[in-house]
Design a protein around this ligand. Structure first.
Ligand code: UTP
Length: 294
């Protein structure tokens, strides 16, 4: 079995970024000059994904528009001989029929959003990417995971070690520390308090799932926060199949939080020599002021 479809749940309300996300989807917030969703879509395409499924909600029109032609803009760029910009924009338009949109009519949770893609995914393994986890790596993180899937033919969750006091913000694995980046999962718990957490291995926004997950999600059982949680569904799946945790190679920016989002912007801006040159003196000055104030 090969992974050729990726699901992008983008129907969340993005309340942590209000008022910015009142009319603009969180996934359209830019890191430097590229929206979060584009980084994740490029990661999936580089990993060999052929079909992209967006599970959208209300006020997510901007995502569909981003991956489509904008004739007026294209004509203007042609008239002004802005070839490089034009090429960048043209690359965003996929071959017709390869980007598919479906709606989650109510934000009932991540598990529910994934279930909304069941008819499009069908009976095959698929990837799930949460665009607010921005992954910076030499080799696309999803590509690293697909390589593992090709060998294991089992569901895989991407993991990272987190501060043991922060487990209540994540789905947490009951598993040994990864060896050669892999660990076999004994259990999964959504948002456990630190004293109840079986480890500090947190699930982050990349999954490869087998299609059996859909019949579990169909039960629509609610968990933490009254939401239908993918972690709980995977805990049930474990009774039928093996699941692995994969410690990715690279760096994650949690762009679902304001601090993580600012860190991502700084990190990606520093990768651009022209921006780095201008940011450096500014940051040095800021650090000096902070040192004096403290
Ligand atoms: P988050 O937990 O970050 O929720 O969802 P959110 O609504 O996007 O943001 P906050 O917490 O209110 O600020 C993680 C991912 O799951 C998707 C979100 O779009 C995001 O990509 N999601 C979440 C859905 O698609 N539907 C849901 O019902 C919940």
């Amino acid at each position: 079995m090969k992974v050729s479809k990726a699901v992008f749940p983008v129907a969340g309300l993005g309340t942590r970024f209000l008022p910015a996300t009142k009319a603009v989807p969180k996934e359209m917030l830019p890191v430097v000059d590229k929206p979060l969703i584009q980084y994740a879509v490029e990661e999936a395409l580089y990993a060999g994904i052929k079909e992209i499924v967006f599970v959208t909600g209300s006020s997510k029109q901007a995502i569909e528009d981003h991956f489509d032609h904008f004739c007026e803009l294209e004509q203007t760029l042609i008239a002004r001989s802005k070839e490089a910009l034009l090429k960048g924009i043209a690359l965003l338009v996929p071959e017709s029929g390869t980007f598919i949109y479906t709606r989650q009519n109510e934000p009932l949770g991540l598990g529910h959003a994934i279930w909304c893609a069941r008819h499009i995914v069908g009976n095959e393994p698929f990837a799930v990417l949460l665009a607010d986890d921005l992954m910076k790596s030499k080799k696309p993180v999803l590509g690293q995971m697909i390589e593992q899937f090709d060998k294991l033919q089992s569901s895989i969750v991407c993991v990272e070690e987190v501060d043991p006091m922060a487990t209540a913000s994540y789905g947490i694995l009951d598993a040994d520390p990864p060896k050669d980046r892999l660990t076999k999962v004994r259990g999964l718990v959504e948002k456990p308090k630190p004293e109840k957490a079986p480890s500090n291995l947190a699930i982050i926004g990349r999954y490869i799932l087998t299609p059996e997950i859909f019949s579990i999600l169909e039960l629509k059982e609610t968990g933490a926060g009254g939401e239908i949680q993918i972690t709980d569904a995977m805990a049930r799946l474990l009774a039928q199949q093996s699941i692995y945790g994969y410690r990715y190679e690279g760096q994650r920016f949690d762009c679902g939080t304001k601090v993580g989002f600012q860190m991502a912007n700084l990190s990606y801006a520093f990768d651009r020599p022209d921006m780095r040159e201008r940011l450096m003196p500014f940051l040095r000055q800021m650090l000096k002021v902070c040192a004096i104030e403290n």
